[in-house]
Structure formats: C-alpha cells, structure tokens
Design a protein around this ligand. Sequence first.
Ligand SMILES: Cc1ncc(COP(=O)(O)O)c(C=O)c1O
Length: 370
Amino acid sequence: MIADDIPLVDLRAQHATIAVEVEDAVHQAMERCDFILGRDVEAFETEFAAYCEAGYAVGVDSGLSALELGLRALGVGPGDEVITPANSFIASSSAISFAGATPVWVDCDPETYCIDVDAARRAVTRRTRAIMAVHLYGHPADMDAVIALAADHGLKVVEDACQAHGARFNGRRAGSLGDFAAFSFYPAKNLGAYGDAGMLTTNDPELAASLRMMRNYGQRHKYEHVTMAWNRRLDTIQAAVLRVKLRHLDAWNGARRRHAMLYSRLLQGCGLTLPRTRPGVEHVFHQYVVQAPAREKLVAELAERGVATGMHYPVPIHLQEAYRDRGICSGSFPVTEKAALRLVSLPMYPELRPDQVERVAEEIRSLVAG
Ligand SMILES: Cc1ncc(COP(=O)(O)O)c(C=O)c1O
C-alpha cells in the first residue's frame, strides 16, 4: 500500500486513536491474571446489554458461536427449519446447520438487501421453528414485519446483528428485538476485538442462564455439569479491549453515517445504485454498498488508482459449494443473485477523512462517466 492509497478498512488508524486506553486495560487484566471469565467479561456483558437496551448479554468466542448456541438454547435442532436470507455471510446459515436444523433460504429486499418478509411468509412450513433476520451492512431488517410473521405462526425470532452494533429500528436497538440476537466482534466490525469474539443478547433470563452453561462445558457450579456442552467462552483480554472500544462506538457510528451521507451526496446521479435507509431506521453503515452494472471493471480500475473495494457477497449462500448437496440452482433468488454480480463496498471506517471520501467519489465519477 502506498501512502495515499485508501483501504477498505484501516484497523491501524483506529488503534492509533485508542492505543493508550487499550494498553492500560489489557495491562490491568494481565496483572489480575483472571484470563477465563474474568472481571472484564462480566463488566462488558453488563455494559453491552445496557448499550443494546437488552436484559442480558452472554459473551462467547465468535458471532458464529453466538448464533449456533442461541439456536440450540431455543431448542432448534434436527427436523426443524429456520428461514433466513440467501444474501448474507455464510455463518448465518452454517449456525443453523451446526444446530442440526435446515436453513431455508429466501430472497432479499431490493432496497435494503435484508430479508424479504413476504418471501419468508411463503416459505413457512409445519417444520419452521424460527426466522433469522440479518441486519445486513448495518441496516436493520424490517423487524415489525418479521415479528408479526413469527407471531402468526408461533416462530422464534433471531436477529443476526453481527454487522449492526448500535443500529436502531423504530427507536429500538438491534439486539433487543427478538428472542435473542448474535453479535460478532471480528476485528473489522463496527465494534471489533483484537481477535475473535462474540456476544448474545436476550431479554429472557432463562435463555441467558442456559447460554452461560452452554458456553462453559454445561457447568452450573464448579464441576457440576448439567448438559453436554462446549467451551465457547469470551476471552477476558478481548473483553478488556471491547470495554474500551464500546465507549467510542456511538462516535464511530456517527462518523460512519457522515461518510455515508457524503458518499451519497457526491455520487448522486452518477449511474450507480446507492444505499437507501428506510424511515425509522438508524443505519450504522458497517458497509457502504453500491451497485455497479460493470462491477469488475470498476473494481479493477479503482484498485489501479489506489482505492480498495470489497464485495459483500459475490456468491450467495445457496450457491456456495458447501451447500451443493442441497441442490438449489441459480435463478432461485433473483434479487440476491443479481446483487451478487453488481455489489461493491466502498472504503468505510470511522477514521476515513472527508477528503478521502471525496477522492473515492471523484475517481468513481470519472470512471463511470468514461
Ligand atoms: C452477518 C454475519 N453473521 C455472522 C458472522 C459471524 O461472525 P464471526 O466471524 O465472529 O464468527 C458475521 C461476521 O463475520 C456476519 O457478518
């Protein structure tokens, strides 16, 4: 990377702004040596639950673990179907498969790229146990419609909030809207650890209590194991880092929203499809995603000019090799499949400077005009 190249995400720029705070927090945890389920894990769970306006938070080792353990704790397993969008990161679906259930994919809304709830309604069968909405790119799914659908059929509601730390839907925080929500703290997320980490949030005290056991060998008290379970604990050092970063999250999300507004203003009318935010939604722009008709050319030319881009996601889940045995052919989910060929994620991170946003927009305008 040369000096004025613009990356998709810049973790070093963020670390530089909080290095002293993080080093102090990690140092204190090291001094205490409470590495497993230590003080910072408990404190971070309390702080993150409060931040999400949820009753309880349970720290785990990744977003995938959060989704899988949450589904298992709800009793979802073999013979059950869980409706989920084909347009997401594969972990949304692999969590369902790991729980022993079957992901039933549906198409996405062409404006928000989140689950198409009418399609979800058509996909309900007598085996359906839950609907998993994904707040993709930081834009919450239409949770009123999801909750209404679930109520009509007695289904559980799961929020995959792995990309939506701090987002709101009709005033309510992502993470407080379903039976449980899963968060990922993968380093590049809006709230990212310095390694892998994840969290479940829920308003159900019994679910939270089972999750605490499930992440820790099914242990109720020391050496008293009531279920066969896993080691999926959140690491104390990661919790120490995340406590520091949580204090900055609202400011960082605000910066992301400002960058998004500037991108949208500068790219208006240039021939790309720009992201839309539904009324009542507070988007946190984990990604700023546009659709470009000649995507590969645009991405290659931007790379030549020092602007990095991403694709979220170039292959929809139902067409992944890992799910080949399901035999779902292309053409099944046209909105998702068309988007997969055209989506481009532009550089987006809080420390991005307005002049860098301007440069990205200028490069794009000159390339799509030419
Ligand atoms: C939508 C979505 N779901 C699930 C996950 C899985 O999270 P993790 O990578 O922490 O397992 C991610 C992130 O990677 C994600 O973006």
